[in-house]
Design a protein around this ligand. Structure first.
Ligand code: NDP
Length: 335
């Protein structure tokens, strides 16, 4: 099996030097184990945090050990009564072509006609659930709300914009980092307006797009975006703090928003969340998202990178994700 290991910890932006390709001989299966040929691997922004030697809500990756992450594949050998050859399974042993372990680490999922298996790593999986929990539990959207979403052309953001609309928002505004992405937000994902944060400061661009203020802000970016949103929040607004990707590769301490006092004077509720505490919302999420996808109420895009024989395409995909080379979910196709 070929896998990607962590060679060293990055300072600032990671590079190829921080990763290594390792080929190992897999032992024979013992009772209860399965062997899975991965078909799609996920790369996600939180993996950048796991490259640091810092204890967070997920433990750091170990030097010399394979990286881990979401993956979907097919059982090719089974010594377990629970999983059969041919079953499609979702699991956490990504960054490699073949995964092996106890059957309990692999969750069987159904193949949905017309929906690629990679959707389980994105819109039908944890990224879709993140958008859903953010807008239904953390900062619930109410009928008639104006909603602002940063990182809106990414995996979480593109789902969030569409969920906001389906939950009754009357105006949905997004931000992204290229003209092409900004076009997609309005032409494909149903946003009413969008801004390119590279054109001019968000703080200068946002007010004109939200004349009635913002009731719900879904923050994927932090920093300049959070500051701009706090300027235009309406009284009793809600903010779901989902991520702060503008700061993940920064080596300096980020300056705080200079307008945090608006949280007090406008009675705002800013709540952070990490999805692990909300996995129990998966059944209700799937019950809503399944029909939305089937009816075309929610569309999704993926940027698919070829893993190549040595799986090193996974590294390119991860580095590209941090630079914004993806629209929608960044996934890696093996073999
Ligand atoms: P995305 O698909 O959104 O990919 C990351 C995107 O971030 C890039 O495409 C890029 O798009 C954008 N980006 C990179 N640098 C910057 C910057 N300096 N300023 C603004 N945008 C930037 O990834 P995900 O959808 O998987 O994740 C989105 C966010 O959600 C992340 O912050 C992630 O950490 C968070 N998250 C949190 C979870 C939780 O449990 N709280 C669970 C899952 C994700 P562009 O071209 O627009 O710059």
């Amino acid at each position: 099996s070929t896998q990607i290991t962590l060679a060293s910890r990055p300072t600032g932006w990671p590079t190829h030097e921080n990763f290594a390709v390792a080929t190992i001989e897999l032992p024979e299966l013992v009772a209860g184990e399965v062997r899975v040929a991965n078909e799609f691997l996920s790369v996600d922004p939180y993996m950048r945090g796991r490259m640091n030697d810092v204890k967070s809500y997920v433990p750091p990756f170990a030097i010399g050990a394979p990286l881990e992450g979401g993956a979907v594949g097919r059982v090719v050998e089974s010594a377990s009564d629970d999983l059969a050859v041919g079953d499609v399974v979702l699991h956490q042993r990504g960054w490699r072509d073949v995964a092996q372990g106890d059957a309990s680490e692999f969750r069987r999922v159904d193949e949905i006609p017309g929906v690629p298996l990679s959707a389980y790593l994105g819109v039908l999986g944890l990224t879709g659930l993140t958008a859903y929990v953010g807008l239904t539990v953390i900062a619930p959207v109410q009928e008639g709300d104006t909603v602002f979403i940063s990182g809106a052309a990414g995996a979480v953001g593109s789902a969030a914009g569409q969920i906001a609309r389906l939950k009754g928002a009357s105006r949905v505004v997004g931000s992204a980092g290229s003209a092409e992405k900004v076009d997609l937000l309005t032409s494909r994902y149903g946003f009413d307006a969008a801004l390119n944060y590279k054109d001019a400061p968000v703080r200068e661009q946002l007010p004109a797009l939200v004349p009635d203020g913002v009731d719900v802000y879904f923050d994927n970016v932090g920093g300049d975006h959070l500051e701009a949103a706090l300027d235009v929040m309406s009284t009793n607004g809600r903010v779901a703090l989902c991520g702060a990707i503008s700061q993940y590769n920064s080596t300096e301490r980020a300056a705080g928003p200079d307008n945090m006092s608006n949280v007090v004077t406008r009675s705002l509720r800013l709540q952070g969340f990490t999805l692990a505490a909300y996995f129990h919302h998966m059944p209700e999420f799937v019950a809503e998202m399944g029909p939305w996808l089937a009816n075309g109420d929610v569309v999704f895009d993926e940027t698919v990178v070829d893993a190549r024989d040595d799986v090193s395409g996974t590294i390119d995909a991860f580095l590209g994700l941090l630079r914004g080379e993806n629209t929608g979910k960044m996934v890696v196709r093996t073999a």
